[in-house]
Write a protein that binds this ligand. Structure first.
Ligand code: GLN
Ligand code: ZN
Length: 789
């Protein structure tokens, strides 16, 4: 293997988290919103963070610093602002967009609702959806991008600029005009990118990375066809274009990509390692191939020996045309592991956050370029060996239990009809039974009690007494309202995944492992590092206490295996499906214990079920099979007359409805009010599909995302709409989602109205009348992100 200086491998990153190791950006932006700091002070924080992150890249010996990954709120919004393509409805002058106006686009103002937000591919990062129309011009907007580049240059850095590519930008945009093809805007957007590239050339920028992750999707042919003319034009300008793909394989486009006049291409060798060799074999030797070999989506330290083994054959083929990088932008990882004081040294030796990933790249680069990295490799190999063999990770009892699991362990005892009859006999609920999704307002007092308990200012007994008082209050209020299936309110839970993770074996928690979710919001996912098991019951005491306070059937409340998996950093040393089965068994134990304690109705929340879908539709069925099975494993340990509910937040269900039905929950509650029950039509086979959802359904009759109290008639109208597609015998009445982000006054008022509407609907049903409601439709704008997480 050649390793002379003439074949120097370069190293770079696709992007760095902008939020700051201490979430400096979050706090500064929020202070700015509250008017506590000036725009100048906010700008200063942004510049300090950018400069710090560039300095880290330079110190790690990367060949460029990557500029353009910074955004005050979101990089897609930044690109819209740069192109001048901001929603016309705000009435802002795109050429003079101010920072406060930029934030109004993201957060709304008194006249305009915020731009819609949705998940970036299969990540938990939410971008703002650009709004375009046939009238959109891309005549240029803010100059922030160029100022950042100038700043990096004055800091003495070699700069590689980065932007979302034009095709991905268009793909992610929404156009409300019926029948208008977004691709018709391509020529004007390409002209805008051309102007930007010329400006970069004038600034002396040598490389521009354009991110086109849509190439990893199963793209419609006309989008694939648009690639060549677009990049022929963009590559003719004076800057070398590196096209970046990630999150999945782009092998199918390899011949086309090789033909384009690109300076280079980046591929994801972590998510799709199989594409590596096929690309290396046909890649033109005069073009850069950038291999994403460090996992940009997870926090495990790379196995450097293994990665070197992966790179070396490609290195032999490509020599100096080889670059190495993380698989995607490091935006999806926390910033700096060195800050963690509570994780022990062993666990830390298995992890790498963004800054540590820079160091890994640095070692790989030195090694490939002939440097001596023996010491680093030895250290790394020791840690990898320890991880492979550690008793903290590998629990033979868990493996044995999974191996012994009967193939039928994911099946209830009887079919739905039999269970439904048994459950009707047991619970004797009225028609259109009412319930809620689980949580009640998480008040200041509840959060203060938890904080005091964590600090040691409140004893365990005192804390438990406070939570019990809260549960008693919630049960009493539901009894007074007349809710048929009450809940305990989840006061004791900080977060629906963390609460369970903290009680399960196999999880660890960081102090600063924050990842940007959207805008200034960050999440701190648990670290699922080892075999999962449940040392003891997690919710039984709370649910039993709640049940002791009422004659109504108390609904037990659990988070499902797929959601726990989806919202954690998951170990990468075994298939996700295996880890999911382990969680499923732990939840199954809890379900069985709840049943034994007399809890007859148990909800297993799966709001993240759809999120786990692979990017390519061809891979969906495999995922849906194992995810559905894991859910059923968790739910199937109980008798026929125990009723299993599940809940999902807003999701496009149409295309996966058979898989949702295959979960075989007795009742599913879903978010539907913001789509005006349109979502429900799929469940009733109204979209022309023959498929009809067979079990019971609770389509949310009011939106919990706003403090506004819905009126009785509004809910009645939605109930009537639901009754058009779901027979009364299978319909439940409930809000859209949990109520934890709401205050008490609006919660009580809204639920009272919900019960009032239910009463009217029941009367109509019992008299055999059709429910007719004439009330105005409430205008709402759907927002892809659920406030619950
Ligand atoms: N049971 C949870 C709650 O009510 C469900 C939240 C969710 O779906 N994200 O808060
Ligand atoms: Zn929900």
């Amino acid at each position: 293997m050649s390793s002379t200086n003439s074949v120097n491998v370069k190293a770079h990153i696709l992007g760095f988290p902008r939020i700051g190791a201490q979430r400096e950006l979050k706090f500064a932006v929020e202070k700015f919103w509250r008017g506590e700091i000036s725009e100048g002070e906010l700008s200063q924080v942004g510049q300090t963070l950018r400069r710090r992150h560039w300095a880290w890249q330079a110190e790690a010996g990367l060949d460029f610093v990557t500029v353009g990954d910074f955004a005050w709120y979101d990089q897609i919004l930044n690109t819209a602002a740069l192109l001048g393509a901001i929603p016309a409805r705000f009435g802002f002058d795109a050429k003079r967009l101010s920072l406060p106006q930029y934030f109004e686009l993201a957060r709304g103002n008194t006249e305009q609702f915020a731009m819609e937000m949705t998940k970036y591919f299969d990540t938990n990062y939410h971008y703002l959806v650009p709004e375009i129309s046939s009238k959109t011009t891309f005549d240029g907007g803010v100059e922030w991008f160029f100022h950042e580049i100038e700043d990096a240059i004055t800091q003495g850095h070699a700069v590689k600029a980065v932007l979302p590519g034009p095709l991905t930008f268009l793909w992610l945009s929404k156009c409300k005009q019926d029948g208008y093809n977004k691709l018709d805007l391509l020529p004007s957007i390409v002209a805008a990118y051309t102007r930007i590239i010329n400006k970069l050339a004038a600034l002396g920028v040598a490389h521009l990375q354009l991110d086109e992750p849509i190439l990893a999707l199963q793209l419609p042919a006309e989008w694939v066809a648009a690639l060549e003319p677009t990049y022929r034009t963009l590559c003719e300008q004076g800057v070398k274009i590196v096209l970046a793909t990630y999150f999945d394989s782009v092998t199918e486009h390899a011949p086309l990509l090789a033909k384009l006049p690109l300076a280079g291409l980046h591929i994801d060798a972590v998510r799709a390692p199989e594409q590596l060799l096929s690309f290396a074999a046909q890649w033109p030797s005069n073009k850069v191939l950038s291999l994403g070999v460090i996992d940009g989506r997870n926090i495990w330290a790379a196995d450097l020996v293994k990665v070197l083994g992966q790179i070396k054959p490609v290195h032999a083929q490509l020599g100096a045309s080889l670059w190495i990088a993380p698989s995607c932008s490091l935006l999806h990882t926390p910033v700096d592991l060195a800050q963690e004081e509570k994780l022990d040294a062993e666990l830390k030796s298995w992890l790498a956050f963004a800054k540590q990933k820079l160091a890994e790249l640095s070692v790989l680069k030195r090694g490939l370029n002939g440097g001596d990295i023996t010491a680093e490799l030895t250290l790394n190999a020791d840690a990898q060996h320890a991880r492979r063999t550690s008793k903290r990770i590998h629990n033979p009892a868990v493996a044995a239990r999974l191996a012994a699991l009967a193939p039928s362990a994911d099946q209830r005892w009887a079919d739905f009809a039999t269970r439904q009859a048994a459950q009707r006999k047991r619970f004797n609920l009225p028609v259109l039974p009412t319930t809620t999704i689980g949580s009640f307002p998480q008040t200041k007092e509840i959060r203060a009690a938890r904080a005091a308990f964590k600090k040691g200012d409140l004893s365990l007994e005192q804390y438990e007494a406070a939570m019990k008082a809260e549960i008693a209050l919630v049960v009493k209020k539901q009894d007074e309202l007349g809710i048929d299936v009450p809940v305990h309110g989840e006061a004791e839970r900080n977060d629906m995944v963390e609460y369970f993770g903290e009680q399960l074996a196999g999880f660890a928690f960081t102090q600063f492992g924050w990842v940007q979710s959207y805008g200034s919001r960050c999440v701190k996912p648990p670290v699922l590092f080892g075999d999962v098991s449940r040392p003891s019951a997690m919710t039984v005491a709370w649910s039993s206490y709640a049940q002791s306070l009422t004659n109504k059937p108390m609904k037990g409340m659990l988070t499902g295996p797929v959601t726990i998996l989806q919202w954690s950093f998951v170990r990468d040393d075994q298939p996700r499906s295996v880890t999911c089965d382990q969680i499923a068994l732990a939840i199954r134990d809890e379900v069985v214990d709840l049943e034994e304690a007399g809890i007859g109705i148990i909800q297993i929340d799966e709001p993240a079920f759809r999120e786990g879908l692979p990017l390519k539709q061809a891979d969906w069925s495999k995922y849906l099979d194992w995810a559905g099975r894991a859910f059923r494993i968790s739910a199937s340990g109980v008798a026929n007359d125990t009723q299993i509910h599940t809940h999902m937040c807003y999701s496009e269900f149409n295309d996966i409805l058979p898989a949702i039905a295959a979960m075989d929950a007795d009742v599913i509650t879903i978010e539907t009010s913001r789509s005006d029950m349109d979502l429900l039509e799929a469940f009733a086979g109204k979209n022309g599909d023959a498929f009809i959802y067979p079990n019971e359904i609770g389509p949310g009759v009011y939106d919990i995302h706003s403090p506004r109290v819905p009126q009785v008639n509004e809910m009645l109208r939605l109930i009537a709409k639901a009754l058009e597609v779901v027979p009364a015998e299978r319909l439940w009445i409930n809000p859209d989602c949990g109520l934890k982000t709401r205050g008490w006054p609006e919660t009580e008022a809204a639920l009272a109205n919900m019960l009032e509407a239910t009463k009217t609907a029941r009367a109509a049903i019992s008299e055999g009348r059709q429910l007719i409601v004439d009330s105005a439709k409430i205008p709402t704008e759907s927002h892809g992100a659920c406030a619950c997480h």
